[in-house]
Structures are given as C-alpha cells and as structure tokens.
Design a protein around this ligand. Structure first.
Ligand code: G3P
Ligand code: CA
Length: 353
C-alpha cells in the first residue's frame, strides 16, 4: 500500500475517533424505554450451538424481539443460515468431505450443494491447534455432542412465523447478507436472493418485523437503489460497522448522514459507542448514537456476551453494561448471545419484573 494511502486512512481514523470520543458532545437517548429491543445474536448462541434451530427456538422462548440469521449461498443457489462463508468452524465438513478444501485449506459453502451441507453435523465453534480441536467458548454447550444441523433461511422463517402463530407474538427476523462481494465474484447474487425469499414470506413493508443488515456499503446502496425497487417492496436496512480503517468514515458525522440516505439503522461494534478503555464507572460515550438519531437511524450495537473475558473492564456486570448502552448511550437495541439476560434487564428496568 502507498504511504499516502496509509496516511489518508490513518487520518480518517483519527478524525473519526476524535469526533467520537473527544470534541463533540455525548449522544442523547432518542427511543423511549418501551421501544428498546433485544436481538438474539445467532439465536440463543450462548446456550446452544449458534444458528441451530434449537438455538432459535430457545431465543424465541426467552422473549427476544428479533432473531438474527447470517445468510450464505450454496453451490446450487440455496440460502443457508450460517455465520461463516466457510463450513470449518461449526461443522464436521473436514472429516466428511476430504479433498474438497480450497488452497487456503477451508471448505467454502459455495462449493457444496444443499444436500451435502444438510448432511453435516453442526457443533459449538472450534479451532484446530496442533491437530486438536479446541472449543472457542469452553463454558458453552459441549462441542460435538447431541445432534444439530444446518437449515435454510426459509426453514428458519417458517419456524419464527410458526411460533408467531402458535404464541400470538410477533417476533421479527434480522437477516445479514454475508460477504456479498465475495458471492458476486462467485457468480451468486446473495442480496437479491435473500430479498426474494423475504418477499415470498410476506415481508414487504417497513412496518414488517424485519431488518436486513450488511457490512458492505456498496451492497446497502444496491439493496436500496436497485433490488428493493425492482422487487417492489420496502424494508428496513441496517449498515453494519466494523473496526476497519477503510470504514472509519462511517463513524463520522458526515459519514452517518451519507449512510442515512440508504439505511434505517446502524449496527456498530459496541466499542464504537463506549470506549473499551473507559475508566471503571466512567464510560466514555461517543457521539455516534447522537449522529445516528439526528439522521433518523436506529442503533443496534453488537455483540453483548458474558463469557469469561468478554465483559469490558469499565463494568462489573453484564447488566451494568446494558444500563450504560441502553440508558446512558441511548441505543435502541443490542445484539446478544444471551437474550434472556437482556430481556430480563429491560423488563426489570421498566418495572415489569
Ligand atoms: O450482524 C451483527 C453482528 O452479528 C455482526 O457481527 O460477525 O457476528 O455477524 P457478526
Ligand atoms: Ca451477523
């Protein structure tokens, strides 16, 4: 990379961070307590293997407002719910399909048919070190036990809509278009396929309980300008923000205003809202929520976890962290692996418990 390019990216990052944590006033809350939502991140993934249907049913039963689906496409153009574009971290693909990895040693979902993927066993996430599998969150559901499978986006929507019918609730869905540029390079229009399934299942208006999320700004624009108009529906769109230098502009006041031309919400990594190095008891809250609310955007940061080592040093408890984000920073919702804890926190805060 050229030195001038490095300097430009660094400068943009510094501008973004100084605007967020220093120069500008902290964010103010926009939504009322009753408006705040809980998004079950990959289901109740703190308790059951992520993106398994049991994890989704558990999240539903725990009272989540929305349940998240990360969506990836198979070789035969089917939509599956899985976080990674590769199958290695959460399935037994390496044992089941030797010789099918790419040069990087990974097994890509786009290289497998739906039938092949449905034959895999899903497990808690793991890495392989010195030939040994190591569970990423050792205190969670035991790796390689019981029986879990991959499922399609349609099957998950049918689960949520079926439960909505049988319980009388109206829980929403929160699909993420995973790595859209990668899929397009593979000849697969993931974004268009996801929108078609949503329309087929009756999600057609902004008042419907669905947020469509993506990290890629080009895809957000394509959804807003091309795909949704062509399909003839309007849905809520969320721009996800990661910590990449090339995306630092998204955290600036002007950047948020630009995103608001296309989106209805922001999904930032949570340290963009509260400085992870804040002193204990004194959270340094950025201006990002204020920028978003001033532009009519909701804010749903990720990911709230309570596994060992996951709580920031500036809080003593998960609930203290929720209090800071929901009621000091003023976010409208959070993505969490432990939806019961956030649901109970909000109910307790509103006097319902
Ligand atoms: O989509 C919100 C959050 O899930 C983003 O992070 O990597 O878990 O998809 P990731
Ligand atoms: Ca996601």
């Amino acid at each position: 990379m050229q030195a001038s390019s490095v300097l430009k990216r660094f400068t943009l990052g510094v501008i973004a961070m100084s605007q967020l944590f220093g120069v500008l006033p902290p964010a103010t809350a926009q939504a009322q307590p009753g408006d705040k939502i809980v998004v079950a991140h990959r289901g109740a993934s703190g308790y059951l293997p992520e993106h398994s249907l049991p994890a989704k049913a558990m999240a539903y039963a725990m009272g989540a407002d929305y349940i998240e689906q990360d969506v990836v496409m198979t070789r035969d153009d089917q939509l599956i719910v899985i976080h990674d574009i590769t199958l290695d971290r959460t399935t037994d693909v390496a044992q089941r399909f030797p010789g099918r990895a790419r040069e990087d040693g990974k097994h890509y979902a786009v290289d497998f048919t739906l039938d092949e993927i449905l034959s895999l066993r899903v497990t808690e996430g793991f890495t392989v070190e010195d030939g040994q599998k190591r569970q990423l969150y050792p205190e969670r559901f035991p790796m390689e036990t019981s029986i879990f499978r991959v499922h399609t986006l349609a099957q998950e929507i049918e689960l949520v809509q079926g439960l909505n019918r049988s319980t009388g609730r109206n829980v929403g869905i929160y699909p993420e278009i995973k790595s859209p540029a990668f899929h397009l390079a593979e000849g697969k229009d993931l974004g268009r396929a996801v929108i078609k399934v949503l329309k087929d299942y009756g999600y057609t208006r902004k008042s419907d309980r669905v947020f469509v999320q993506t990290f890629e700004f080009d895809e957000l624009k394509r959804l807003h300008d091309e795909i949704l108009p062509e399909v003839g529906i309007r849905l809520n769109l969320v721009q996800l923000l990661d910590g990449g230098d090339e995306n630092a502009w998204m955290q600036t006041q002007a950047g948020v205003a630009e995103i608001a031309r296309y989106a209805d919400g922001l999904g930032p990594e949570k340290s963009m809202i509260v400085d992870r190095h804040s002193p204990a008891g004194s959270p340094r809250i950025s201006a990002l929520v204020g920028y978003a609310h001033a532009n009519g955007l909701q804010v749903h940061p990720y990911t709230f976890r309570l596994d060992p080592g996951q709580l920031p040093d500036y809080v003593d408890s998960f609930e203290q962290m929720l209090e800071i984000f929901y009621f000091q920073a003023g976010v409208d919702g959070v993505f969490t692996d432990f939806p019961d804890r956030a649901v109970n926190f909000l109910r307790s805060r509103s006097g319902a418990l």
